[in-house]
Design a protein around this ligand. Structure first.
Ligand SMILES: [Fe+2]
Length: 397
């Protein structure tokens, strides 16, 4: 069994030891409304807010939580805020994948010494309950990795228990939607992986960057022979943090007869690299996907023929490697349109949403692992054919 997403023992002397995914920060045009979208469709709790009513005069920030997932939805309140410029260029999307570390300033300095570029300098905010220090480095395109260290009531373990996220936030109480979500859980537990799209020809530079600057290592590797249809292709390499807390696959477009989904993303993202999807882990894909569908999450439609071949392919792989058979009901998997793949360690269930905003940029994946630690390579062909149908519907093929 892997130690995936288990908090690392905080005894290491490596300043870049990542303790947790502290949060994922989105820049959005209207955080108040986006909060209700993610709460209604994906079952997040609208937990805390920092806005004009709590004395935040530059930006409004909503903390959404579910399991060990923390999203900050952030909206600039003035036109001259650099975030306003980013929203104009890129639409809504992910700005920052932030990691909890023992000491944010030391981590930031180490990343810089390793060749990283500062996104912003260390800043500490504190009150009588504790403190939060953050410092950021520039990752691919518009993306940032923040390092976050926390003390007192703001320590990550306390935040996981529902404590305040940082000074300046206030709790949101008495919201009917939060009660509804408690009663009807979607079962999303943590960020399994976070995929970035970079420019053609630059994937290997970013692979090297994660090795050099953050001490990540290559986890799995595909090439375009694995991931292509007649029309479009991508190249992808998966980087993993030393303790396997987080996996960061990096995609670049590859040549195909038609426009790849990576190219489509870039064209609607002002040709700027950024986060393509966040995979959210569930331990029970069937009930998660059933609940998400019931709430109106728009999932990628999988061609019906997919299920004519998938069982043979997956069963063959599992048998070959002496792994346990699929325990979920086949009819139910098909009914819910869930994808299945297997490797030498077991199988996984996964499904992808349609873009979460009007531009065909960011989407989510729901993933449930039964031993398999890979990313659904066997599904890429079926997936690309489905994606191409949707690109065609958008006039982007
Ligand atoms: Fe994924």
């Amino acid at each position: 069994m892997s130690t995936l997403n288990m908090p690392a023992a905080n005894t290491s002397t490596d300043p870049l030891d990542l303790i947790d995914v502290d949060h994922v920060r989105f820049f959005v045009g209207n955080a108040k409304q986006a909060a209700f979208f993610y709460a209604m469709t994906f079952g997040f709790r609208i937990h805390q807010v920092a806005d004009l009513t709590s004395g935040s005069r530059d930006r409004a920030r909503y903390l959404l939580t579910q399991g060990n997932i923390r999203f900050i939805l952030e909206t600039p309140l003035t036109k001259d805020d650099p975030a306003a410029e980013e929203i104009k260029r890129f639409g809504d999307g992910v700005k920052d994948i932030a990691f909890t570390v023992a000491d944010a300033e030391t981590a930031w300095k180490q990343a810089m010494a390793n060749g990283g570029e500062s996104a912003y300098e260390p800043i500490t905010i504190s009150d009588e309950h504790g403190s939060v220090t953050t410092a950021g480095i520039q990752a691919y395109g518009r993306s940032v990795h923040s390092f976050v260290s926390r003390t007192g009531a703001y320590a990550i373990d306390r935040v996981k228990q529902g404590s305040m996220f940082e000074p300046g936030y206030r709790a949101i109480d008495g919201l009917a939607l939060n009660d509804y979500n408690d009663a009807n859980p979607c079962g999303l537990m943590f960020v399994d992986h976070c995929v970035g799209n970079v420019e053609e020809g630059r994937m290997n530079e970013w692979v090297q960057w994660y090795e050099d600057v953050l001490g990540f290592a290559m986890f799995k590797h595909f090439d375009d022979a694995d991931i292509s249809t007649e029309h479009s292709a991508l190249m992808s390499k998966v980087m993993a943090s030393g303790n396997n807390l987080i996996k960061m696959p990096i995609n670049e477009p590859a040549d195909g007869l038609k426009k790849s989904q990576i190219q489509e993303y870039l064209e609607w993202h002002d040709m700027m690299p950024g986060v393509q999807h966040l995979a959210l882990r569930s331990n029970d894909a069937l009930s998660s996907v059933a609940e998400l569908r019931r709430r109106g999450v728009d999932f990628l439609r999988i061609p019906g023929e997919y299920y004519e071949t998938v069982w043979n392919r997956v069963e063959k792989t599992l048998t070959e490697h002496g792994q346990e058979a699929i325990k979920e009901d086949y009819d139910r998997i098909k009914e819910l349109g869930i994808l299945v793949d297997a490797d030498d360690e077991g199988y996984l269930l996964q499904l992808f949403t349609m873009p979460l905003q009007d531009r065909p940029t960011l989407f989510f994946e729901i993933i449930c692992r039964r031993g398999s630690q890979s990313f659904g390579k066997g599904n890429f062909k079926a997936l690309f054919e489905a994606l191409e149908l949707e690109q065609d519907r958008r006039g982007n093929l």
